[in-house]
Design a protein around this ligand. Structure first.
Ligand code: XMP
Length: 483
């Protein structure tokens, strides 16, 4: 038998030792970090690619908070693309593909188009793509004849304020001034031939002022990542996601240190060298090295650490999370590959500890599953509200996945052929996700000041841990008081 001599540790086995600090305020620290080699974000938090955690709503909220969401893959390719597209459309400096209608369409078509996209206006174009006007719900309020042509009712080009691609330049000041000066809601962007190339909205500019730390791409659109598996049709999925503008692909399978996952990372990097690829999940330095050699731009670490995971029980495999992340982060640092610590985080203290051992970001599952932005509705039990969370290798998730893949109901007799490595559970309803993020990032900010660190790099350098006993753990929580 080969037995490693060191004892593997996890969150409750250790505490960080306070260090002399020059930090005067929690606000004086900087939580910027790298999600992947090329994507810098303002807070070190990623929402998990679980079907009870991240679809477009969560990814939008995460990006606005300064993190990033990974949209899960347990849906059709078309739905997956639509979820990415929702994030990409949610805000941008210039919306690249505004909704349009032809001038010779009738008003009923314009109404239907606006209703289906839940918007208040459409750009009116000629057959060749020239901007001829704008039609909005306001233009149509008093129109009773829905057979009239859009061109008869629209606000014509001569009355529109527009901005030319030449005038936008490197910054948004000119556009902002036009919006303010003319009290406009929308500013169409046209090229020198009057072809519509995009739309700037006052709402988007206001949003970027409200969320200055939002994670955005070069076009001012919110960033998001999406998960892919390792089967051959996952290459089609990846192609469609890249075409939809996804910022990073996350190759996510339970045992990422496998030829299948490594080959997928290699293939994706050779097809899309400009798109960052995350590989995982692994739990050893060797896993990180092989992923880096395959071309991964970040590696996700965590086998069996998650709240809904039973992989360690069912298979006997896994490495307690702090030791796993520490080993992997040492390898990642040498190779210049950021490490994502995935699973097991319950508090700001856990977040600080796992970053202190060298992770660049952390991935959250069930902590976010109870929020407004996670998929699914709330349910009531004993006068309390809950939402569901389920492991992606749980029985129900397995059955649903097969149904999505085959388009057929799974025969109940086949259910017992599944060997689940995850559970389904309830989590308390927690309201908007920003409250959770505020609390745990607040814990991290305080943690940085205890470490005498202003940045996550300084936290890595200054961190010193002590091992604790069950008595130390008991002392760490509220004790000997009536709560
Ligand atoms: P938390 O603790 O944040 O963990 O809820 C989320 C992470 O758990 C992993 N995950 C699973 N692991 N069986 C597993 O062994 C599963 O069914 C399963 N589903 C999710 C995943 O890495 C996620 O981000």
């Amino acid at each position: 038998m080969k037995l490693k001599p060191e004892i593997a540790l996890t969150f409750d086995d250790v505490l960080l030792v306070p260090k002399r600090s020059t930090v005067t305020s929690r606000h004086a620290v900087n939580t910027h970090t790298f999600f992947t080699k090329n994507i810098e974000i303002a807070i070190p938090i990623i929402s998990s690619n679980m079907d009870t955690v991240t679809e477009a709503d969560m990814a939008i909220a995460m990006a606005r908070q300064g993190g990033i969401g990974v949209i899960h893959r347990f849906m059709s390719i078309e739905q997956h693309v639509e979820e990415v597209a929702k994030v990409k459309r949610a805000e941008s400096f210039i919306m690249a593909h505004p909704y349009t209608i032809r001038a010779n369409a009738v008003l009923s078509a314009a109404r239907a188009e606006m209703e289906s996209h839940q918007i208040g206006g459409l750009m009116v174009l000629s057959e060749s793509g020239e901007l001829l006007g704008v039609i909005s719900t306001r233009d149509m309020i008093f129109e009773t004849n829905d057979a009239r042509l859009v061109s008869e009712v629209m606000t014509p080009r001569s009355k529109l304020i527009t901005i030319s691609t030449n005038d936008i330049g490197a910054n948004a000041d000119h556009a902002r001034n036009l919006l303010r000066e003319h009290k406009l809601e929308k500013l169409p962007v046209v090229d020198q031939n009057n072809h519509l190339v995009g739309l700037i909205t006052a709402q988007d500019i206001a949003k970027s002022v409200q969320a200055p730390n939002a994670s955005k791409d070069a076009n001012g659109r919110l960033r998001c990542a999406a998960a892919v598996g390792v089967k051959s049709d996952d290459l089609d999925r990846a192609a469609a996601l890249v075409a939809a503008g996804v910022d990073a692909l996350v190759v996510d399978i339970a045992h990422g240190h496998s030829d299948m996952a490594l080959n997928m990372v290699r293939q994706l990097k050779s097809c899309y060298p400009h798109v960052d690829v995350v590989g995982g999940n692994v739990a050893t330095a060797d896993g990180v090295r092989d992923m880096a050699e395959a071309g991964a731009d970040a590696v996700k670490v965590g086998i069996g650490a998650g709240s809904i995971c039973i992989t360690r029980i069912v298979t006997g495999f896994g490495v307690p999370q702090l030791t796993a992340v520490s080993e992997c982060a040492d390898a990642g640092r040498t190779l210049g590959v950021p490490i994502i610590a995935d699973g097991g985080i319950r508090t700001g203290g856990d977040l600080t500890k796992v970053l202190a051992v060298g992770a660049s970001t952390i991935m959250l599952g069930s902590m976010l599953a109870g929020t407004d932005e996670s998929p699914g509705s709330t349910l009531q039990r004993d006068n309390k509200r809950f939402k569901t969370v389920r492991g992606m290798a749980s029985l129900a998730a397995n059955i649903d996945r097969r149904q999505v893949e085959t388009g057929r109901e799974v025969d109940p007799e086949d259910w017992e052929k599944v060997v689940p490595e995850g559970v389904e559970a309830l989590v308390p309803y927690r309201g908007p996700m920003r409250k959770i993020i505020y609390q745990i990032v607040g814990g991290l900010r305080s943690g940085l000041s205890y470490a005498g660190a202003r940045t996550l790099q300084e936290l890595w350098n200054n961190a010193e841990f002590v091992r604790i006993t069950p008595a130390g753990r008991h002392e760490s929580g509220a004790h000997d008081v009536e709560l």
